[in-house]
Design a protein around this ligand. Structure first.
Ligand SMILES: [Zn+2]
Length: 139
């Protein structure tokens, strides 16, 4: 989607929320958007207003576009947990069989060995090296 389409989507979502609740504000919208993408700071109402107006220097960022898509999905009836999930990027591989509807809870990290360059989802919070550099111990 280009910037105009995203701005149009933003305006439509705000309008739909306002139709359901006349007290709905840019502040609440900014908070809802931020929550959808796990952002700690809510978007400020002025920021939302500037993005909507297409003010120079206020593009619909990738992050904001992501939040819009998720909020739109919730509006269309998807539950918030489901809408908050991310699709796996291409090239993700697993060392174990994964059920088709699995949810991976851990964040990926870069292997600590210089030059390795492999990203992995650690099986423990203290793990710093990928399974290629330090194979997991089996008991
Ligand atoms: Zn490694």
């Amino acid at each position: 989607m280009d910037q105009d389409q995203l701005r149009h989507m933003l305006a439509a979502l705000v309008a739909e929320h306002k139709a359901l609740d006349p007290a709905y504000s840019y502040s609440r919208f900014g908070a809802d958007l931020a929550r959808m993408i796990g952002r700690k700071e809510p978007y400020k109402k002025q920021y939302i207003a500037n993005v909507l107006k297409g003010v120079k220097g206020y593009p619909v960022s990738g992050e904001l576009a992501d939040g819009l898509q998720r909020l739109g999905a919730v509006q269309d009836g998807m539950d918030e947990f489901q809408a908050g999930l991310r699709q796996l990027p291409a090239g993700v591989q697993s060392m174990t069989p994964l059920h088709p509807n699995s949810v991976i809870m851990g964040a990926s990290r870069l292997c600590a060995k210089p030059g390795c360059g492999l990203w992995f989802v650690p099986n423990s919070p203290s793990r710093r090296y990928c399974p290629r550099c330090r194979p997991p111990r089996h008991t």
